[in-house]
Design a protein around this ligand. Structure first.
Ligand code: MN
Length: 140
């Protein structure tokens, strides 16, 4: 890990792959793991209706919502609406998805760590349209 400032212009925006996401999702890398750090941080921009597939993280994940209106669901629990300033804490190996609201985009900072084996995220099937369309639980 070398001391430096990683300039924004040195990190092109990537379009997330259709194998793990539905809709148009843009990823701006913030930090990738460098020994001894295991942290990966990515700013992820979901266009309206876009979301991740179901997935889980070996060491969990922290989401910090930066803008817009989003959706999040931990398997077995109601869909939640998430808003700027919210922090979502997702425990290790817990199936979930996150994304934009149907008509509004959402941007979050996603932070996760690899485990001691270097494992991070396991991907599963897309979120069914009927699940995605469910009205979210009221925010507190
Ligand atoms: Mn996740």
């Amino acid at each position: 890990m070398q001391p430096r400032i990683i300039r924004a212009a040195a990190r092109p925006t990537a379009k997330a792959g259709a194998d793990n996401f539905v809709g148009t999702v843009l990823q701006d890398p913030v930090y990738a793991p460098e020994q001894p750090s295991r942290l990966r941080a990515t700013r992820v921009s979901f266009t309206p209706g876009a979301r991740t597939n179901w997935h889980q993280h070996a060491v969990g994940q922290i989401l910090y919502v930066l803008s817009g209106v989003g959706r999040y669901q931990l398997e077995g629990q109601p869909v939640q609406s998430i808003a700027p300033g919210d922090t979502v804490v997702i425990p290790p190996n817990s199936r979930h998805w996150h994304g934009a609201a149907p008509d509004t985009m959402m941007v979050h900072l996603a932070m996760s760590e690899t485990n001691e084996k270097g494992e991070a995220t396991s991907w599963f099937e897309p979120v069914a349209d009927t699940d995605y369309a469910k009205a979210p639980a009221k925010a507190e």
